[in-house]
Write a protein of this length. Structure first.
Length: 287
């Protein structure tokens, strides 16, 4: 634990706090499941989930700065850098997430994601449309939902194309606002090298690096909502991507160019992320 310069004892203390926090979440999850089995309402659960994310950020020593005003309720569209995006956005409000269906079967994480109101996306174009209808219904009920339309993570120095199919939720009757959200890790304009969860990394190794970090800074910027009137899915996807790219100082759509040699290949996403929710060929819409 010496590579970051952080006192090993501090890193160990952080690890113990994270372990305790996850255990507490598991106990709370079992309690909520029992209450629901008894037919009792848990209207307080979204607020509890927000508190849980906020406390996890503190355990990980994340310094979160929020700018702008969140639309509520809205379909929140964010760039994707790390599994840390989930607790960061979850700490800023009572939101749900769109996740690949496989997450629902994961031990502990799957149960907690379900209780937190996650919408799970199964493979296939028809399933994407069904998930869009469900997303729109949740937002109309008064809760904002988050999706990561890149479908995987990057190192924060570029944006991947946004998958238009995922914007179907914004085109159903009574569609919610689409609000782009820009996430940036690091200080002084330079993306942090520890935050990205990319390449052949795994969760445990990445978590250890985060625990050794002196303190990750992350800025979340709520951008102006996009009116879906007169736009199709592709137009909404490009508008959201361009808005986030402009905020982060990244190239607009169509000007991406080859990735710099320092950029690692993006990896399948975790904890509510959607990297392999569909085979790559099925993500693409016809122009």
């Amino acid at each position: 634990m010496r590579s970051s310069g952080l006192n090993p004892a501090v890193a160990l203390w952080r690890a113990l706090r994270v372990a305790e926090h996850l255990a507490a979440g598991a106990v709370v999850g079992l309690g909520v499941a029992l209450l629901r089995r008894l037919g009792l309402r848990c209207d307080w659960l979204p607020g509890l989930v927000c508190w849980w994310h906020r406390r996890l950020c503190r355990c990980l020593a994340l310094r979160v700065e929020a700018r702008g005003e969140p639309a509520h309720p809205a379909l929140l569209v964010a760039n994707h850098v790390s599994w840390l995006d989930i607790p960061v956005l979850g700490a800023l409000g009572e939101v749900g997430f769109l996740s690949k269906a496989e997450v629902r079967r994961w031990p502990l994480v799957g149960r907690m994601s379900l209780l937190a109101g996650t919408v799970f996306l199964r493979r296939g174009a028809h399933q994407t449309a069904a998930a869009g209808q469900q997303l729109a219904a949740v937002v109309r009920s008064g809760r904002s939902m988050v999706m990561f339309p890149e479908g995987t993570t990057t190192d924060g120095r570029r944006l991947l194309p946004f998958h238009p199919r995922l914007f179907a939720a914004a085109l159903v009757p009574g569609a919610p606002w689409v609000q782009p959200v820009a996430i940036r890790y690091g200080d002084d304009g330079a993306p942090d090298a520890v935050a990205p969860f990319v390449g052949d990394d795994n969760l445990l190794r990445h978590l250890l690096r985060v625990l050794r970090h002196p303190g990750l800074s992350v800025r979340v910027t709520w951008l102006a909502p996009i009116d879906s009137a007169g736009r199709d899915r592709r137009g909404l996807a490009e508008a959201a991507r361009d808005a986030i790219g402009a905020q982060l100082g990244l190239p607009p759509a169509g000007c991406q160019g080859p990735a710099p040699a320092t950029i690692q290949a993006a990896r399948p996403a975790q904890f509510g992320m959607m990297a392999d929710a569909l085979p790559s060929g099925r993500w693409r819409d016809a122009a």
